[in-house]
Design a protein around this ligand. Sequence first.
Ligand code: NAP
Ligand code: 8YV
Length: 327
Amino acid sequence: MTSSSPTVLVFGPYNGDGIAELEKRFTVRKLETRDLSGLSEAERAEVNAVAVAGHIPNSAIDALPHLEIIGHFGVGYDGVDAAHAATRGVAVTNTPDVLTEEVADTTLGLLLMTVRELGRAEEHARSGRWETDGAYPLTRFSLRGKTAGIMGLGRIGLAIAKRLEAFGVTIRYHNRSQRTDVTYGYDDTLEGLAKAVDILIVAAPGGASTEKAVNAAVLGALGSDGIFINIGRGSTVDEPALIEALEKGTIARAGLDVFADEPRIPEALRKLDNVVLLPHVASASRDTRRAMGQLVADNLSAWFAGDALPTTVPESDKAGLTQRKKS
Ligand code: NAP
Ligand code: 8YV
């Protein structure tokens, strides 16, 4: 890219195809760690945009004097304080829609692994135990006749619901507000939803409004035959309470793609055999990650061209940061 093109700082680990896409359009500087101390004052002053997957602290936003926009690689932008960015006139974009179907597919995979023990059954076949020990035991659970409750019936929640309908599962949901465009049963509290269903699925964003929302009371309401699935954010669950519920049989099983302190998963959780653990892979196909990287780059291109941003977050919309002011 020409030296006159805007400078994009890739802040921390980032998808390889996404970096290649940025390099086609911008001057790119990569920072493997989430730490600006390696950049001189002059180098910080060159940065016009940040591309980040996950967390950027406010101190880093504040330390980049010519920062105009942050392109977040991921739809859930709880790692970026977009309201703080707005106070500095910095727009924030995310990557909705392009990952919705992939994440919903993975959720169904995780649900089936959890309910029908497919990972353990596969291991039974692979290890030769089928031949030595006989058939894998019948599973305690089946999807037949079950009701699933979705916390967060948004883009991904709806795509999960559509798939569950095809599986013959009845659907209920809890959002902060009832939707007018669906006929699924609505519960105005999470505990109420947990009480009404066999399977509780979290597809809501992280952040303050959902922090530890799935707590001991919610898990108690789900009950001893209850199944819990989380593909939203680990912060939405009180993880010690979940571990205790799985250990004591307060709920039956869980399938988790996200954790409170990734990539660390508590030992107590890893040793339980009534939980299925995935390493945050719901959107992790090369095609989908490539589409996400493209959307980050498209947002940055639109900004520097003075065009309307394709996918701003609500905090930026509220601050009127949807298009670069013509100078
Ligand atoms: P979305 O379309 O904005 O949907 C979010 C839904 O959550 C909305 O229906 C919203 O409804 C509801 N919600 C928000 N705050 C809530 C609260 N405090 N209590 C209850 N419901 C609440 O977002 P999306 O594209 O479906 O993505 C959802 C989330 O999935 C992301 O934010 C991200 O955290 C997670 N995700 C995870 C992966 C993964 O790899 N595991 C991949 C992609 C996304 P109301 O506004 O009416 O409450
Ligand atoms: C991210 C995600 O891609 O989009 C989200 O909210 O959680 C994933 O799709 C993953 O966190 C990598 O940044």
